[in-house]
Design a binder for this molecule. Structure first.
Ligand code: HEC
Length: 137
């Protein structure tokens, strides 16, 4: 595990210096966004378990901060080229993530934790459904 992390780090440093003046590698950026989304989901879940609506809302904001890259053309960098529907599917899941995360804020502010939990489940479903279809997880 340590080795993988070290290799990834070296890779990033190399890519970073080679591309310093150019645009960033969209693949690396998207993988970074994926990890941010995972952090965000963890934060939402922790917030829910500790009854911290503040943490939940921060997690939602973090999640929403990454959605534009999932919605845009750059997502194609991580999608399989042989699946025509993949891009449309990505846009649809991004839309759902936006909708349920907006709804979660509304639910939290209304003190409806049961609804917020439903929203969380729906969010997680979007992650899994894309991973299962596209990544074959
Ligand atoms: C539109 C499709 C799609 C959606 C939606 C999606 N992912 Fe991903 N995710 C991917 C793909 C594709 C990969 C892996 C690419 C690869 O391994 O080549 C990935 C990889 C990841 C990784 C591994 C990152 C790494 O460093 O290797 C994590 C963590 C992750 N996703 C979390 C999430 C979470 C959390 C959500 C939901 C909030 C989510 N993803 C939603 C497509 C998606």
């Amino acid at each position: 595990m340590k080795k993988i992390v070290a290799a990834a780090f070296v890779g990033m440093v190399l890519v970073g210096s080679a591309n310093a003046a150019q645009t960033k590698d969209p693949r690396l950026e998207l993988m970074k966004d994926m990890r941010t989304m995972m952090d965000a989901m963890e934060q939402i879940q922790r917030g829910g378990l500790y009854s911290s609506t503040e943490d939940m809302k921060l997690g939602v904001k973090k999640l929403q901060g990454t959605l534009s890259s999932l919605e845009g053309e750059e997502v194609k960098a991580i999608l399989p080229k042989d699946q025509v529907y993949a891009y449309k599917f990505a846009q649809k899941t991004a839309q759902m993530l936006r909708m349920y995360s907006d709804d979660m804020i509304v639910s939290i502010e209304a003190g409806r934790m049961d609804n917020a939990l439903d929203d969380y489940t729906q969010l997680l479903k979007q992650c899994t459904s894309c991973h299962m279809r596209i990544r074959n997880w």
